[in-house]
Write a protein of this length. Sequence first.
Length: 255
Amino acid sequence: MTKEVSSIKEELLKKIKDNVNALTSEPENYDIAKEIVCKFYREGKNAGCKGCSQPIPILIDCTKDYLSKIESRPLDYWASEFDKKEVREKKPLKEVTIGLSCDKCYLSGSCPSFAPLSTCSIDWSLDITDPKEMMDWVIKLQSARVNRHRIVEEVDGGVPDATLSTEIDRLNGLIKAKNDLNINKFSLNIEAQGNAAGGGGILSKLFGPPQEQKTIEEVKPQIIDISSLEFKDAEVVPINKSEETETKKSRRKKE
């Protein structure tokens, strides 16, 4: 590229930059729009241009079209390539990063960072990893929302607002969730297996009402009177004291 061509291109870019600044700084100055935009399309012999006598809404549309393309396709006057769709090179999916599109954003009419054919320049990332810090941030955000709704309710004459009540309940839930983070909790899980037949299984046996226990009947010893029996070379072993006493009495009678 020669110096002469380079100089011409720099002058063109400077001219386009000045035109864009003039249109964006005074968007409601339609005389500037007619001087820049209408001249661009008319002298370029655009088929859709019918002169500067067009209604204001059409002039506004022409201005938006001019601003959305002129910086990426710098031209002195309109040419067919100005309206050609840009063919982009296909890239592998892993190389494609999709951001918020300014043109499709519902805040495009009021966002101070709006730029045609651009992705959002606002940093939406949130570098918080600690749960307590995250809860503090969310509670602060929700408190601001509650405060805004409160002001709207007061301006509206103090009529109770259902949306405000919902936001207050949500704020209380967040505060409770934060307090729960500071509570030392203990949990116990019990797992058991057993046969459910005959009484509801092992859980019923563990946590159910106490069952009646069957006791074994005590067998009382039988006492046999052997005083009338005759023994040779035998010794009577008394079972208890009472029987020993009876035995002695019997011996005395025999003697």
